[in-house]
Design a protein around this ligand. Structure first.
Ligand SMILES: *Cc1c(COP(=O)(O)O)cnc(C)c1O
Length: 426
């Protein structure tokens, strides 16, 4: 089997040959690799070639592919029950574990994706405040719900229009968008519209349009304004939750959100999302309250038990500091290799086990408009060199990279050696 042949076939049966846009390699050019299997930090493609994987399925795999402890619980679950559509103890255990360890999560509802989580949390915000307006930030991605597909990040980044066809103006007329990192714009907007805003949705660590690390003061300003004007603060921690630390960015920043959304790591590699927060808001959800939300496969045992095993392991082993050090070693070494060979000067952005490569700039990049021209093209060249050398990054210059605990020092050394050889050979 060859990847190119499989892609030819895929193009006939799936739009663009894929089931999520970035996978198609349109951002980096060339034909996508088809992967056959994965273990730890490594992928094997359908042609038998191995890669060291720094995409890690875009974030869910804190402990790498098919971690043994998680694999064991998955095997046990397959022999127990796949789905009931009824009450079971597994989601209870996960809900108890999260609420016991994250103070601002009093109640939680499990869904099947990050998109669903954000969509449902916004429904609560409208119901709780009786207001319609949502504020979001340019470059933050919150899934593909209609009302937030306005200047979003992720697969939309780098395309000519950041909107989507098929979304009527009516669906986004209550969404306001501001640039990140701009307190003045924020204050002006709240001054005019603050009383109409039901929620401010933000990725507290924007990681879907590069890695746009925000100043704490900016996020504190948002928190203060939402409080002052009676809007809810919604932290979208779908990427950052359990990734930058067990309690996510809320803990790192010292800001307690009213509502928080999780995804990715929370399901240990299975499709799970969650929205959560203070009891007064969560109790508005059906059947206790009047905010309807339901799901056939919600809280399915595979996701719940893989998720609980993952989160328990994260709390017990506390891998975060080690991950951050490894991330710095890796990215600093890679940047010095890139900079010996390429015409532009690269620089790494690292936050915990998340990383992004960008052109060196005088000031840190905190908003979309500060990303230098040519970024996409420069990334594409570097991406293909690394890919050839058996190093797999997410196939877009606007996606971040991820480390897992499976990226041991040995794996990182190997990555650096492979990159060196690739860049020396041009
Ligand atoms: C991945 C992501 C989502 C969407 O989650 P899906 O499970 O892909 O629907 C939402 N918000 C953020 C911050 C994300 O990174």
């Amino acid at each position: 089997m060859k990847s190119t042949e499989l892609f030819e076939r895929s193009l006939k049966v799936a739009p663009g040959g894929v089931h999520s846009p970035v996978r198609s390699f349109t951002s980096v050019g060339g034909s996508p690799i088809f992967f056959q299997s994965a273990l730890g930090a490594r992928l094997t493609d359908v042609e038998g070639k191995e890669y060291i994987d720094y995409c890690q399925s875009f974030g869910p795999l804190l402990f790498g592919h098919r971690n043994e402890e998680i694999a064991n619980i998955v095997r046990e679950t397959v022999e127990t029950a796949w789905t009931f559509g009824a009450c079971e103890p597994y989601s209870l255990e996960l809900a108890e574990f999260i609420t016991a360890n994250i103070p601002w999560v009093e109640k939680i509802r499990f869904v099947n994706s990050g998109t669903e989580a954000v969509m449902s949390a916004l429904r609560i915000a409208r119901a709780a405040t009786g207001r319609k307006t949502i504020l979001k930030f340019d470059g933050c991605y919150h899934g593909h719900l209609d009302s937030l597909l306005v200047k979003a990040g992720s697969g939309l980044a780098g395309t000519s229009s950041s909107d989507s066809a098929g979304i009527d103006q009516e669906m986004i007329q209550n969404t306001l968008v501001l640039p990140l990192d701009d307190e003045e714009a924020l204050e002006n907007l709240f001054h005019k519209e603050g009383k109409n805003i039901c929620a401010v949705a933000i990725e507290p660590l924007p990681a879907n349009y590069g890695l746009l690390v925000q100043r704490v003061e900016f996020l504190k300003k948002i928190a203060n304004l939402t409080k002052e004007y009676g809007a809810l603060l919604l932290f979208d921690e779908v990427i950052s939750g359990f990734r930058v630390g067990f309690q996510g960015m809320a803990k790192v920043l010292g800001i307690e959100p009213d509502l928080v959304c999780y995804g990715k790591i929370i399901g240990g590699g299975f499709p799970v999302g969650a929205y959560a927060g203070k009891g007064i808001y969560m109790d508005l959800v059906a059947p206790q309250g009047k905010v309807y939300q339901a799901g056939t496969l919600s809280a399915n045992p595979l996701g719940m038990r893989a998720g609980l095993t993952t989160l328990k392991k994260a709390l017990r082993e506390n891998p975060y500091e080690t991950l951050e050090k490894s991330c710095q070693t890796l990215t600093q070494s890679l940047v010095s290799i890139f900079n010996q060979e390429t015409s532009i000067e690269w620089e790494e952005v690292c936050f915990g086990s998340l990383f992004w490569f960008k052109q060196k700039t005088v000031e840190p990049i905190r908003r979309v408009s500060a990303i230098p021209n040519g970024h996409k093209e420069n990334f594409a060249k570097m991406f293909h060199k690394l890919l050839n050398a058996g190093i797999y990054l997410a196939p877009s210059g606007y996606e971040v990279g991820f480390l897992s605990t499976a990226h041991t020092n040995v794996v990182i050394e190997e990555t650096i050696e492979k990159a060196k050889a690739a860049f020396e050979n041009k």
